[in-house]
Write a new protein. Sequence first.
Length: 521
Amino acid sequence: MTDQSKDRVFIFDTTLRDGEQSPGATMTHSEKLEIAELLEDMGVDIIEAGFPIASEGDFKAVYEIAQRSKEAVICGLARAQIPDIDRCWEAVRHAARPRIHTFIGTSPLHRAIPNLTMDEMADRIHETVTHARNLCDNVQWSPMDATRTEFDYLCRTIEIAIKAGATTINIPDTVGYTAPRESAELIRRLIETIPGADEVIFATHCHNDLGMATANSLAAVEAGARQIECTINGLGERAGNTALEEVVMALKTRGDIMPFDTGVDTRKIMHISRRVATVSGFAVQFNKAIVGKNAFAHESGIHQDGMLKNAETFEIMRPEDVGLSGTSLPLGKHSGRAALRAKLKDLGVDVGDNQLKDIFVRFKELADRKKEVFDEDILALVTATMAGDADHLEIVSLKVVCGTGGPAEAILEMEVGGQETSADEYGDGPVDATFKAIRKVYPNKARLQLYQVNAVTEGTDAQATVSVRLEEDGNIATGQSADTDTVVASARAYVNALNRLHVRRGKTGTDRKEISYKDVS
Ligand code: KIV
Ligand code: ZN
């Protein structure tokens, strides 16, 4: 519900573009569609759905997200090049409300790469923004590395972009270099100095290299910015971006000192945060603001006592406001399919009959092994089931012998392209032995970049969610799986990542083009 007494701030989510750009966070096509749908459903104003020229996959995702969109503005990114802008327009044009976002690096360091003089770059901005505006009446322009660009030159380029038809001017702190007071000062001075500044929306796009992204974004809003660019869980290059959940909850909770409203339904935050964590393979740290597992957990006696008497003693937000039900899950091994469907609906997961059937089989297996099945268990099952689209490799059975006094042994049976094959390998621990056995039956040159285990629920019968990230010839794929047996979850996650690499090899030969920001000449 919008509060008329407050200024409206537009939320621009770039999880599917800047977020997906973080190494290893690649999402499948169906995962991108799902996240876009959740973003729109939660009330995000603008969704940056991808970088259409970067790959065929990026183009298709932006195209389909645009076609399915209803209310949200769908935006694609394009460098300051005519072919980029044309490709971007092709991808977004069928959206109910399309936007082209074009950018160029304006700081001395970024100007030096394409070797453009200040005047040449100014001409390029005029030419490309004019071209974009001839295609689309909603154009966003960004001077990349704005916070390290000479102020006078920054004003000059922004004025050119506004005159050429840009409707939103985004000020990126590309390397997370600025600080809150400076961020506010920059926006205030730009708005005061540039002719025509009052006819466009100023946006803030902050990276988190010094841990100040959210503070910098909020300071920019206080100084006049009216669009915040952010990602779910703060996903993004290096240390990530401003986190959507942080800015939205900060504005909601501290409306007394920051009287700004967003259109976001905050009760959808927790669900989308979990989905993004699972599909991207970037688990949320336990103590992360708003969405971390401990954000609403109180362990010390004093805190628990205070909470029981009055929740406000130690909580500045209600868990319900971010979508935590606080209720325990009454699902167990006697529950039927209807109860599971109702629970999924409750968790915001919409599945078809066939998917429900698969999830139900896994749920029953889990309920047989585990006393209590929590919401997190169910969500982990959904992700693991949905991740199983690509099935060139399938584990038939796995037995592991391990313990003190010797190497671990993995005895594995797998189907590779429909053919049964097996291996018996030894290793330094059960996971090492298992991965060696997988590599024996399916020789490949994928390099293991990340192996991460998280217990999603509590107790010794907790489900472990395992994320595996592999790299092969520049292609990166992540796989996830959840099981009460950590070794089984590890094997499935590894196979899941190999399946994704297999699909990429088969579909495109190569995937994402080596696209770089600097390639603008
Ligand atoms: O960080 C950045 O500068 C960007 C631009 C492309 C807006 O992501
Ligand atoms: Zn960025």
